[in-house]
Design a binder for this molecule. Structure first.
Ligand code: 13P
Length: 263
């Protein structure tokens, strides 16, 4: 399976960022697509427009090659949400549901990002969000990671986060076809520091093992690393994992495409 690079724009991006997204879509050539799948999680306000641009590009490329081709066969940039609400709909002012993300063109969504947990999201809500994502046909990208003070008990901490987030999948969802887990140590996010590659590889292997035992029906599981990934360190990290979740380096088209090149 090819690697995956996911960009997380966090609370960055205005209408003027369409130009950056166009560069990303244009630069994501078939050669790059053969190296790695590329997904971007822009703010929810830009999701529908970006999804339309990605779809247009997919059609254009495809028609140029062979008018008979199905545009769906031509890989383009995938879109994702940054979080979704734990209820399907209702009186939750300011929130975005999983179905809304899907409707706007997302095919995946982050769940349980450290910056959401820091704003008060707890394990129970993250579990409910994950179920909402699956119900809406979005691939959940479950984010887990220890804070600096928890480094000594990292394994127990990660196991607890995974167990709680993946608890009690209802029978209708028992067969989860695709699940992504991102290991993002809180202390590595935006800090320029990160664990050694050997450590990242060992932690991701352990996360894969634990996730498989918690959700044995998953047919496709990918474990990514996130936290201070740049074009300079991406090759080593991608080689040791299934891919990367990238924050600030994903804001510039050149940097994001250079990370794909490193895959
Ligand atoms: P940075 O790449 O800016 O450290 O952010 C990582 C992250 O939080 C991605 O979700």
């Amino acid at each position: 399976m090819s690697k995956i690079v996911i960009g997380n724009w966090k609370m960055n991006g205005l209408k003027s960022s369409v130009a950056t997204f166009r560069k990303i879509v244009r630069g994501y050539s078939p050669e790059r697509a053969a190296k790695a799948r590329l997904a971007l999680c822009p703010p929810a306000t830009l999701l529908a427009e970006f999804a339309m641009l990605a779809a247009e590009k997919r059609c254009e490329k495809n028609l140029a090659k062979n008018p008979e081709n199905n545009p769906e066969n031509n890989p383009s940039v995938l879109l994702g949400g940054q979080s979704c609400h734990f209820e399907p709909a209702g009186s939750f002012t300011g929130s975005v549901s999983a179905a809304m993300l899907h409707d706007a063109g997302a095919s995946l969504t982050l769940v349980g990002h450290a910056e959401r947990r820091a704003q008060g999201e707890d394990d129970e809500q993250i579990n409910a969000q994950l179920l909402q994502a699956l119900e809406a046909n979005l691939t959940p990208v479950l984010c887990v990671g220890e804070r600096q003070a928890e480094r000594a008990q990292r394994q127990e901490h990660l196991e607890r986060q995974l167990t709680r987030a993946l608890a009690s999948l209802p029978p209708s969802l028992a067969r989860v076809s695709h699940l992504i887990v991102a290991y993002e140590p809180v202390w590595a996010i935006g800090s320029g520091t990160m664990p050694s590659t050997a450590e990242i590889e060992a932690v991701c292997r352990k996360i894969a093992e634990q996730t498989r035992s918690l959700v044995p029906s998953t047919t496709r599981l990918e474990v990514l690393y996130g936290g201070s990934v740049t074009p300079a360190n991406a090759a080593e990290i991608v080689a040791a994992t299934d891919g990367v979740l990238v924050g600030s380096a994903s804001l510039e088209a050149e940097n994001l495409l250079a990370i794909v090149d490193a895959a």
